[in-house]
Design a protein around this ligand. Structure first.
Ligand SMILES: Cc1ncc(COP(=O)(O)O)c(C=O)c1O
Length: 476
């Protein structure tokens, strides 16, 4: 076999070999009447470990391309070229070929570990079951009369809900808008995807915060966007950095999550907000204000959003009910100029024909009800208690080993580890001890950080999780 592995490729060698043989089967290099070499002889001929050939043959066998029989060795499956003419697609090749990129391996691992094993979950960025307003919502679902048809709804989302959102954002976020400037999305996540896919093109440069939720979102790479970073300090980004990125890279958009940011918990101050708006309108580049957390301020003070201060129409405002009501409702929204909203809603129609009517009705009734305000007040109290508990636990179990700044809202705590450690090892050791969190490298460029979410577990579990994490860290 005339083949050599390419050791510079990220792809495992056994996969490269399997792909080579698969191509050979397809183009007739390996005809069905000739056996393939034994694992041992092929390994010797190609100077590989035997296990590499075993894995490659295993892969081809699982795809139905070869058969391994005791005694007669390895042959090409008769089903492919024989009478039945069946051919199994090379799913692996398809899986790797798509232009929509997968999440990072470590993100997939965290997601899987959190779901499959009952770990203390300091990783998932959402509220716990007890924090969802279940009794309020079930009251709504048991008594409500439906708002209308259950056919496809308006491309921008249910009009009654959009009307309610105009009142909601006026009251809670100081934003003046109208239903025609709103698009209902499947969470803030879809809002980000629509903006990236519809308003940017391959090669465009943009600025995001470092660290940030956006830091490793595969969608930017999937679409071929050049990402540049705005370092985040204790009170947010430095607006001057926007200017220098513009000078160097002609950035076309700025993505910010300015209130109780994921992951640092920072809050952008008023002066910086004014400076950012000023720069944005001088340069003529839009700011994407991603705001899922501003209602969770522990002080209860209303936060002025960039959108509420925007006089020139430079801000596209995104928010959702995920972090304040229930992530499973998948209700989010974008507020922006009508022409942009129409462009994005056309794309949403192409993707899913609009949002589910039921959750829009539920969201509408809850936002309209007196109980919404009561719920938010209760939620803030609970989140603050959990924030205090995580701080107490860090001070108890990880004294002198960590540094953090106290979040004044939101659900995340960004923690600097004051010890050299291997990120993968620490994650493995923590999982062994029953706790999971998000390693910092998935969210930012600086080494030595972890993100703990304190909304997903109750106070006692938070304490136990931090204790276990401390033991994992000390074991390294
Ligand atoms: C800053 C930020 N934006 C957007 C999202 C997406 O949230 P959702 O789609 O549930 O509204 C998240 C989720 O963690 C987030 O932290």
């Amino acid at each position: 076999m005339d083949w050599k592995p390419d050791r510079k490729l990220k792809k495992a060698i056994y996969k490269q070999l399997a792909e080579y043989i698969e191509n050979g089967i397809a183009d007739g290099t390996f005809p069905p009447d000739r056996p393939l070499p034994s694992e041992r002889s092929l390994a010797t001929a190609l100077n590989l470990n035997r296990s590499t050939v075993v894995n490659a043959y295993g892969e081809l066998e699982s795809m139905g391309l070869i058969e391994r029989n005791r005694g007669s060795g390895t042959t090409i499956s008769k089903d492919i070229w024989g009478t039945t003419k069946k051919r199994i697609p090379s799913w692996n090749r398809y899986i790797e070929a798509g232009s929509f990129l997968p999440s990072q391996i470590v993100t997939q691992k965290i997601r899987k570990e959190a779901v499959d094993h009952k770990l203390i979950n300091l990783a998932s960025g959402e509220l716990s079951e007890e924090l969802f307003p279940k009794s309020f919502l079930s009251e709504i679902t048991s008594t409500r009369c439906f708002l209308g048809s259950i056919g496809y709804d308006h491309p921008q989302g249910n009009e009654i809900l959009r009307n309610t959102i105009t009142k909601h954002v006026r009251k809670y976020r100081g934003i003046e808008t109208s239903p025609s400037s709103i698009l209902i999305t499947s969470g803030a996540q879809q809002a980000l995807h629509l903006i990236i896919q519809c308003l940017l093109k391959p090669g465009d440069a943009i600025a995001i915060e470092d660290p940030s939720y956006n830091y490793n979102l595969p969608i930017f790479k999937s679409v071929g966007i050049q990402i540049h970073y705005l370092p985040v300090n204790k009170d947010g980004i430095d607006p001057e950095d926007i200017k220098s990125l513009y000078k160097k890279h002609r950035i076309k958009m700025i993505f910010l999550n300015p209130y109780f940011q994921n992951p640092t918990g920072y809050l952008l101050n008023k002066k910086k907000k004014e400076a950012i708006l000023d720069i944005s309108s001088k340069l003529g580049i839009p700011v994407i204000e991603d705001d899922p957390y501003s209602l969770t301020a522990f002080s209860g003070d209303k936060i002025s959003t960039l959108k509420s201060m925007d006089r020139n129409g430079n801000v596209l405002y995104i928010s959702s009910l995920s972090k304040i009501v229930a992530s499973g409702l998948r209700i989010g929204w974008i507020i922006g100029p009508t022409s942009v909203i129409e462009r994005l809603s056309d794309a949403k129609q192409q993707i899913d024909f609009g949002h589910s009517s039921y959750t829009q009705w539920i969201a509408n009734d809850f936002l309209e009800s007196q109980t919404f305000h009561i719920h938010i007040k209760g939620l803030i109290k609970e989140l603050e208690k959990r924030r205090d508990r995580i701080i107490l636990s860090l001070d108890t179990y990880l004294k002198d080993l960590v540094e953090y700044s106290l979040p004044q809202g939101g659900i995340h705590l960004w923690c600097k580890i004051l010890k050299n450690y291997n990120e993968i090892q620490l994650l493995e050791e923590s999982i062994k001890r029953g706790v999971i969190y998000v390693p910092g490298s998935t969210l930012g460029s600086k080494d030595g950080f972890v993100r703990f979410t304190f909304a997903r577990e109750d106070e006692d579990s938070i304490a136990e999780g931090i204790k276990n994490f401390g033991e994992a860290l000390k074991s390294l």
